[in-house]
Structures are given as structure tokens and as C-alpha cells.
Design a protein around this ligand. Structure first.
Ligand SMILES: [Zn+2]
Length: 214
């Protein structure tokens, strides 16, 4: 079975209405609310080929995608949701285009917008509570000894995890790629990890579990 067929089989079977329901619940968890007058009642209508919600009080029209990265899209919501699901595998725009059957340009745009939204969301939610940090190298073969010299393929990264105080298990993990000079200087690296994981949280305690300096 090809890689693309295997990926396709993992995508949950949901339809356009399922996606609309999910967006509705995310946008208005307590029910529809008019963005102009706060009215609670609406008509569902089709305006210029788009499905919109029209306020019964002031006739203001709004859509599920207004004010989101999906605003103005002509691509069916179900393809956006499929793309979001497939992105967990670190998929390329070329393969995404093939799997959800859109042009490369559309796939690239969807990929780009979803990654941006995830990044913004992620940066707005720093790790909190008891944190553990680990500095290490991506792309380094597992057989390398910790003190082997840095090669051009090694990519320094730092991973931070918040730990559940009761169970001691990992609650949430963040990984950041960092530039080489930051990991070569313990002082700079320490300041860096404090900035992204601790000062952003506004609290400690902070424990660096282990690292590989050279
Ligand atoms: Zn209104």
C-alpha cells in the first residue's frame, strides 16, 4: 500500500455539515450572537453563493469563517479539516494537494495558514507549572556519544515539558529549534530557555533536567 493511500485511510470520514457544526460550536459555544447588536436569533441564508447567518434584529450578515484564517475561502471546509488532520504527519504541500485533491497553490496556502494559526495559538499558551527542560540535537544518530563533536547536520533544539504535579507525568511538551551559538554558550542558552519557557509563564519552578554542552 502506498504512503498516500495509508494516509488517506487515517482521515476520519466527516462531511461539510460536520465541519460547519464544529466551526459553529467553536465560534459561538453559547449559541449564535450577532457581532453588531448581540442579537441571539438568526436566519440561515445563502448570499452570493455563500452560506451566512443573518441577524433577525439588525440584518447584519456574518459567516462561520469571518475573522478566521478561513475567511473568504472557496475551498470546502471538509478539505481544510482533512488538511488539519493530515498536518500531524508533517505532510508536504505536494502530497497534501494530491490527497485532498486541490491545486498545489491551494494546498500550499492551506498548509501555510494552518501552520501560522497553530504557531500563534501555541505561542499564546506557554507552559506552566513544574517545568523540565532538555537541550539536545535533532538529526543526530542515536549511536552518537553525547560528547561527539557538533556536525553540520546536527540541529540544536530545546524541549520543555510541564509535569503533572500529582502523577509526575508529562502534561504538555514544546520543542524549539535554536541557533548554534545559543546552545554553545551555556549562559546564552540558559537565558534563551528561560525566556521562552519560564518568563513567558511568569512563574517557576524551573528545573533543567539534563543537557549536552560542548
Ligand atoms: Zn444584529
Amino acid at each position: 500500500m502506498s504512503n498516500s493511500n495509508r494516509l488517506c485511510e487515517q482521515v476520519p470520514a466527516f462531511g461539510e455539515e460536520d465541519c460547519e457544526s464544529a466551526l459553529f460550536r467553536a465560534k459561538w459555544p453559547d449559541g449564535f450572537r450577532c457581532p453588531r447588536c448581540g442579537g441571539l436569533d438568526f436566519y440561515r441564508i445563502v448570499s452570493r453563493g455563500r452560506r451566512v447567518f443573518e441577524c433577525r434584529s439588525c440584518a447584519r450578515q456574518t459567516s462561520l469563517t469571518a475573522g478566521t484564517i478561513l475567511e473568504g475561502t472557496r475551498t470546502p471546509l471538509v478539505k481544510w479539516f482533512q488538511a488539519l488532520f493530515l498536518m500531524q504527519t508533517g505532510i508536504s504541500a505536494t502530497l497534501l494537494a494530491e490527497l485532498i485533491q486541490v491545486t498545489y497553490k491551494t494546498a500550499w496556502l492551506i498548509n501555510h495558514k494552518l501552520r501560522y494559526a497553530i504557531q500563534v495559538h501555541d505561542e499564546g499558551r506557554p507552559l506552566a507549572g513544574d517545568l523540565q527542560l532538555l537541550g539536545d540535537f535533532y538529526a543526530r544518530p542515536a549511536t552518537n556519544r553525547p560528547l561527539d563533536p557538533l556536525t553540520y547536520r546536527d540541529e540544536p533544539a530545546v524541549a520543555g515539558a510541564s509535569v503533572d504535579p500529582d502523577s509526575g507525568e508529562l502534561a504538555e511538551v514544546k520543542i524549539k529549534k535554536i541557533v548554534r551559538r545559543d546552545i554553545q554558550s551555556p549562559y546564552v542558552r540558559h537565558r534563551f530557555v528561560r525566556r521562552i519557557f519560564v518568563e513567558a509563564c511568569g512563574r517557576g519552578p524551573f528545573r533543567e533536567s539534563s543537557h549536552r554542552d560542548r
